[in-house]
Design a protein around this ligand. Structure first.
Ligand SMILES: Cc1cc2nc3c(=O)[nH]c(=O)nc-3n(C[C@H](O)[C@H](O)[C@H](O)COP(=O)(O)OP(=O)(O)OC[C@H]3O[C@@H](n4cnc5c(N)ncnc54)[C@H](O)[C@@H]3O)c2cc1C
Length: 499
């Protein structure tokens, strides 16, 4: 300990504002580059949106439930030549999701590509060739764009002059940038509204509307089907726990329950932060706080990039964490109960700023994987609907409305009295998400991707006004969701030289 203390006196100091997944990853990457790292977090727990709730013997992950691209978490252990399996484990899911429709149609989407094609063809009465062609095109889109749009900064000339970008530009017609995701899906599956709906759902993976987001987003199902979906042992929060343990082991300090009020700078270079518990000097700062709040609260003395900050935000969510007093054998880890009028549902969210009367319901049940997440004979339901962001709506009233319509829908489709099975309840709405994570409007994924220009307008991972100030997390490039937040930490810290 004394050696580390003495060593620190000679190290450059980095402060990370916010202990969301992006901030934790950035801290680890800076530590691997030789920085003395301190992470300052307003909440008295790390993880941001990846929090966990306990009540009445039940455990629920508060935020994300779908885990993809676990290799990006593994990479953080490998930075220190450690075997990730010794710290953190996960298993690949053979079933992606169970889908339910009001007319009694049920479909279990499997991970195996050939099996998926065969079962989709049978259930939706569509040729295997059409599905195979669709999946092939999704793969092409992913391969043409991922390395540029997800893994590099879009704000450096170097990126635009690379061979990858030139290759993508030559094949830009394949990306469906001028059609919406729904138009692309309708083109392939015109006769089958259920299959269109199933593939339209992927727009919600970045909090967007399938009727506005560009057709390139059909690369998301490729990502899920090709690379797989996973379940982390212990639940999603175990990802945070394992990374925080690694950080502490590597000498990173966490100052929890400490609000950063200002980013301090002099001669256009960062000098430190002013927090609720005093000043901390720093040679380098990475803000993992929502970029909107970073400019509005921490950088009041710097001109704001208004166009970036005014970008439409992604959808938010209302979540009912229900402890159910019985088991439901027809349900799996991930379950979707579709609304009959998907287009109207998204219009309610993005155009009218309210909830749709009969929303699509997502249920995640981790006790299907780990029985100890619920008391014996019970299940832990994470029941979520997509909602608009918090713009001052009467959430108390909307909660009651949503609860009633969700219970009615699930009771209808599952043919059980769902209300009678609810033993425990916690509710989180967009205002709650905003308050607990300081995410502007409670957006789950930063800015929406409801425009073909969205990727280009997101805030870069560095400041062009203040030297040694960087940004990571879901509100900046390349966007929200765990994998992209982890990539944002990599892109931001790749600008930083090792000490
Ligand atoms: C309900 C829900 C469901 C989701 N589902 C999925 C999913 O299934 N799969 C998926 O991949 N993603 C999902 N997401 C999105 C994913 O959770 C986020 O994209 C990701 O966790 C955001 O991480 P982040 O690094 O941006 O930090 P955040 O989690 O946003 O954390 C930022 C942290 O910064 C702190 N902070 C802010 N300002 C200050 C300040 N001034 N001083 C100190 N600290 C500050 C905040 O307190 C917070 O802890 C979901 C999100 C939610 C809420």
């Amino acid at each position: 300990m004394l050696a580390l203390y003495l060593e620190r006196l000679y190290m450059k100091k980095a402060v990370v504002i916010g202990a969301g997944i992006g901030g934790i990853a950035a801290g680890l990457r800076l530590r691997a580059k030789g920085y003395d790292v301190e992470v300052i977090e307003a909440n008295d727990y790390p993880g941001g949106k990846m929090h966990v709730y306990h009540q009445g013997g039940f455990q629920w992950d508060a935020g994300p439930s779908l885990f993809t691209m676990p290799n990006l978490v593994d990479d953080l252990f490998r930075l220190f030549d450690l075997d990730p399996n010794k710290y953190f484990s996960y298993n690949k899911k053979e079933t992606l999701c169970h889908y339910f429709w009001e007319d009694g149609t049920r479909f279990s989407a499997v991970a195996d590509r050939e099996e998926f094609i065969s079962q989709t063809s049978k259930t939706f009465n569509i040729s295997t060739q059409i599905i195979a062609d669709y999946l092939k095109r999704n793969k092409e889109k992913y391969e043409l764009t991922a390395s540029t749009f997800l893994e590099k900064s879009l704000h450096k000339w170097k990126t635009w002059l690379s061979k990858d970008v030139l290759a993508s530009l030559l094949q830009i017609h394949k990306l469906h940038m001028s059609s919406t995701l729904s138009e692309v899906n309708e083109k392939y599956f015109s006769d089958n509204s259920k299959l269109v709906q199933l593939f339209n759902r992927y727009a919600t993976y970045n909090g967007s509307s399938p009727y506005q987001t560009p057709g390139i987003m059909s690369l998301i199902p490729h990502l899920e089907m090709h690379y797989g979906t996973f379940y982390p042992k212990g639940g999603m929060h175990a990802i945070v726990d394992s990374l925080v343990n690694l950080s502490i082991e590597k000498g990173i300090r966490f100052k929890l329950g400490t609000l950063v009020n200002r980013i301090l700078h002099s001669n256009n270079k960062v000098t430190g932060v002013m927090t609720s518990k005093g000043q901390i000097d720093a040679d380098l700062i990475i803000s993992n706080a929502d970029v909107f709040g970073t400019y509005h609260h921490l950088l009041k003395d710097v001109p704001r990039p208004e166009r970036v900050l005014k970008q439409e935000r992604s959808s938010s969510a209302m979540i009912f964490y229900w402890g159910m007093n019985r088991k439901f054998p027809t349900l799996d880890l991930h379950n979707i109960f579709f609304s009959s009028e998907y287009k109207e549902e998204f219009a309610a969210i993005f155009k009218h700023g309210t909830l749709y009367n009969d929303p699509t319901v997502y249920i995640n049940i981790t006790s299907k994987e780990e029985e100890n997440h619920a008391p014996k004979g019970c299940e832990n339901w994470f029941v979520m609907i997509n909602t608009p962001g918090n713009m001052g709506q009467d959430w108390g009233k909307l909660r009651l409305k949503a609860r009633d319509s969700i219970i009615a829908k699930l009771s209808r489709i599952l043919n059980v009295d769902v209300a009678a099975s609810i033993k425990e309840e916690i509710v989180l709405d967009p205002a709650g998400i905003e308050a607990r994570t300081r995410s502007h409007q409670g957006a789950l994924y930063g800015a929406s991707s409801n425009s073909k220009f969205a990727a280009f307008i997101r805030h870069p991972n560095f400041s062009s006004q203040i030297k040694n100030l960087y940004f990571c997390g879901g509100s900046v490039h390349p966007g929200g969701g765990i994998p992209l937040c982890l990539l944002s930490a990599k892109i931001a810290t790749d600008f930083v030289e090792s000490t």
